[in-house]
Design a protein around this ligand. Sequence first.
Ligand SMILES: *Cc1c(COP(=O)(O)O)cnc(C)c1O
Length: 411
Amino acid sequence: MNATFVSHLECSLTGETYPAGQIHGLSRVGKPLLVRYDLHRLARNVTKQDIYASVEKGFWRYAPFLPVTKPENQISLGEFITPLIRLRQAALSMGGRAGFVGIKDEGRLPSGSFKARGLCIAVSMAKEFGIQHLAIPTNGNAGSALAAYARRAGLQATVLCPADIPEINLREIQQLGADTWRVNGLIHDCGKIIAEGKTKVGWFDVSTLKEPYRIEGKKTMGLELAEQLNWQLPDVIFCPTGGGTGLIGMWKAFQELKEIGWIDGPLPRMVAVQSASCAPIVKAWRNGDEQAEFWHGASTVASGIRVPDAIGDFLIIRAVRESRGFCIDIPDKEILAARDQIAKIEGVLLCPEGAATVAAYRQALADGWISRDDRTVLFNCASGLKYPMPPVSTDVNKDLEIDFSQFAVST
Ligand SMILES: *Cc1c(COP(=O)(O)O)cnc(C)c1O
């Protein structure tokens, strides 16, 4: 029996098909390729019970929905099912209902972000194809995920980052053994250098959506959410959106699950959340456009979504429309206020990108885009520990008389 259910690959714009089992980048027209499966054969061979019974504690339990053919190429760093943390107090304070809003905390994955999902599968496929050297442009999290999985697989990784990404990300990438470079520009500038180096250096470009397998890894977010919720999907899902693989990947997962009859009823409304200071997708969606224009002067504390130019723009907008979702942008000040609020009320430290989804939830509720009865999932895509936090400025001098009244906390 064939070890995978992949039937072929397909250009996401033209539908032109490409054979599986070969190295692919973009399609002939320069658009992302999507992996297609023989879902009927999958459904005849795999049951929900098989998934429940899987010994894998992380996203490798969804291997039948993934393109890796040989178990020895399944690179692993101890993945596991990320928790869905229900907001109570914070949900009420935003006008929602306690327990109806959950944060899926992807910061607990290896390398501290959901980039682990995509890069794990991309690296596993690279290993399968005998590719030796991978290169990526990154705002931080994709770089450390690539570094971690590539080294684990014994492959070389070169990482190009905008010089101003959080220092901790930069050092993490280098510490994980990647050849790490700072570039005096933004992520698309790094991407251009990587594209140019393809023939000159001979590395393989694992930029967002420029190879077909990161999206398959991101798809596991949707499969995992479905299994975690006993195959009853939420009404609305908020995704911080940069390159869009999270949103596109989850939407692909839901389509595939629906096709094989593992879920039914209406699919969740997909909401793309961006920073108001880098919101090309929101702008295009508001204008009724299919594709986004380049966003000039992109800058946001939510570095993971600082993407002025997304190659999968039309796929993000398509998924948002098909799902009857919407796009929303949040000023950085509100992003940080939401991070403060969730940390202080719920004890959950979000990354700024995750905090943007909280602020977006509040905004969408206030504006009537969603209702308080909607069961909602917000994605926190990285560990809050990877980002700068406000400094502590309170000191105690043990050698002086201590004023204990200063320790009284306001409630
Ligand atoms: C990369 C990243 C995003 C955006 O992810 P896409 O799915 O590529 O749009 C959001 N949040 C964090 C923390 C990220 O690292």
